[in-house]
Structure formats: structure tokens, C-alpha cells
Design a binder for this molecule. Sequence first.
Ligand SMILES: [Fe+2]
Ligand SMILES: [Fe+2]
Length: 396
Amino acid sequence: MITAGDLADLGARLARDAGPAPPAVFDAWVDRVPADADEALVAHIKHQALLRCYQARYVVLPSEAPAAGVLDHLGRHYDEDRLQDLYSLRPRLEAELIGPLQTAAAAASGDGDVLAYVERLLPELRAVKSDAFLEALAANEHRLDHYRNFLLQSSADLLAEASASALGLIGEFGAPQSALFRILIDEFGYGAHSQKHSVLYKATLRSFGLSDEYNFYSRLFDTNTLVLHNAIHFLFQNPRHFFQQVGFLLFAETAYQRSTLFHTRHLGRFHPDADARYFAEHAHIDLHHTRMVVDEVVTPLVERFGPEVGREIITGAELTRAVFARSGAGLLALVAAFDSAPSAVYGLGDHDGPPVTPATPQDRSTARVQLGAIGSVSAADFARFPAAAVGRLAAA
Ligand SMILES: [Fe+2]
Ligand SMILES: [Fe+2]
């Protein structure tokens, strides 16, 4: 169990290591845990800590040179002592935060007949006709603010898209490795930077007036966003979950070809000037990626290793289903809660204060709570939000 003391030590360490004025990409803070923190707030801050553990594992650079040069920041961010501290905390955070989700997914993995599972899964996902969040936005006069929040929350993962899966690829495991590598190079635009999926996503962010700098909005990431990011990295940063990684790809590539099609249509209808290439590209290429995962990865691996790895693949797919569903339901619940708050003011506002959940004790008379990119509500209204909501107080 990670204690509040562990988190406080980590927070102090990360702040010290980051040094003064770190660029956003290296700004690896975690929030302070207040003495009277509620359970949801503690879980949120633990997920921040796990996010920092995973982010320490891959290369990021600021888009512009910092005033004092880049090397000092780079040295601090990837300092070996700092990395070792993060790595030593990681297994306990994972066991506590992601372990229960993994156990639930394993319980749904059945007999391990993954080919029969694929035969059910693909038609099921492809029969999905709409996205509940986008449906809610179609009839919503504040759709722009809600959509900007969707983009901001998704940026946690998509600005380094496929970096998690790249971590699962090095080594030597036969022909499936090369199929996975072909998918990976598609994600990286086949080496054409302008076609790299994260670069397409940056263009979408900019076309909605949002920053495209990695980590820029991390103070506004909510718990569901962190759970999604951390569950994916939990799979790919642990080689022992290799077959669950394959399950992630099976589910994600298939679900994504539908959801990105709905986003392409939504943008074409309501935001025709926005850059929608990210979504249009996925609606097309993920059809191929599903086929490659099924024919060139899942099938030969199961032929080689039998049903015990079939169960793992299904577990990874079901874990992915659960965290995708959780993030979709969370976004949808926020639309309703925010729009019905009498004190709602839309738009990105001040959010330099500490994080709060609806259960966090606070002075409710004057404080305002910023929720992602949607806007702010009074602390009194926020107390009636769904329990999973996390916002930030405006600076005191
Ligand atoms: Fe992609
Ligand atoms: Fe893909």
C-alpha cells in the first residue's frame, strides 16, 4: 500500500529534481495530499505518481529551447537516482491501481478460446452505430467546450501515441514481431513526420485553439484519463504482460476504427474548419491494423503457445474494453453534470489551485472549480458532480 507519506516524499523529490521553471514536457510534479484528503482524491494523486513513473521511461523534448538550455533539464529529468526512485515505487502503485482492473478482466477471459472470442468481438465492435458522447454533443449548444475537453483529456496518451506499444516491441519473438513493427511504423507515419499520428493529433488540438505541447495540460487531466493512460503503459512497460499487450491492440485497433469514424463525421458536421485528419486516417488504417493483429499476431501466437496465451490476450482486450468504457462514460457524465450546474461558466480558466473531488472538504462559499477544458462551476455545485469527477480550484 502506498501511503500519503510515500506520496509526499515523491512529490517533494519530483519538485526538487525538476528545478526552477522546467519546460512543460519535463514538469513532472505530483500534487500534495492534504491531511483530510478523501479516497477519490488520494487515488487521483496516486495515478499522477504512476503517470510520472511511466513518463520517465521514454524520450520527450520541449518544442523550443528553454532559456537556460536543454541539457540541465534533460539531466534532471532522466537522473538515474530519480528514475530508480520512480521504478521502485511503480510495482506497488500498479498492484494497487491497475491490479484490480486486471483481475476483473481476467475473470472475463473464459476458456481462452481467443479465435472464437475474435469471431464474436469484431462483429460486435463493428456493429456499434454511434458514440454516446458525440450524440450528446450533437444536441448541445456548448459542444465546442465539451469537445475541447475530450481533446485535452485524450492528449495525455495521443501526443505520444504508440510510444507505449513501441516499448513492447524490442527483443526477439519471431514473425509476429515484424507484423507489430509494421503497425508501429504506420503509427509513426512511416517516417514522414507530417504523417505521424501524434503530429496529426497536434494539428487537431491547434485547430481547436489548444496547446500541442506534451504535458501542457497535465494539471487538468482527470482520473479517468490517468487510468486509461496508466493501464496501457502498465501492459506495455511490463514484458511479462506481452500477450495482454496483444489483447490491447486487438481491442483498440478494432474499436478505434469505429470511434474515429464517428469523430470524423462529427467534425465534418459541426466543426468543418477543424483539422480532422487524425480521425480520418484512423478510420481507414485501423481496418488494416485489426486484420494484421488477428492474422499475423494472434493466430500464430495461439498456434505456437496454446490456450494459456489465449486467455492472456482476452484479458488484455477486456481490460482495454473496461478502461475505454470508463473514460467514455466519464466524459458523458461530465456533460450532463456541467450543463445542469447553475453556476457554470464555459471555457478554459484559472486552474492553478489544488485538485478537488466532489467529496473534498473545502470552503464552498466562494471557490470555483475548473473541470478540464469545459469551464468552471462553483464549489457548491461541484459537490453534486459524479464521484469520479476531479477539478482544480482557481488560485486562492
Ligand atoms: Fe494511430
Ligand atoms: Fe492503428
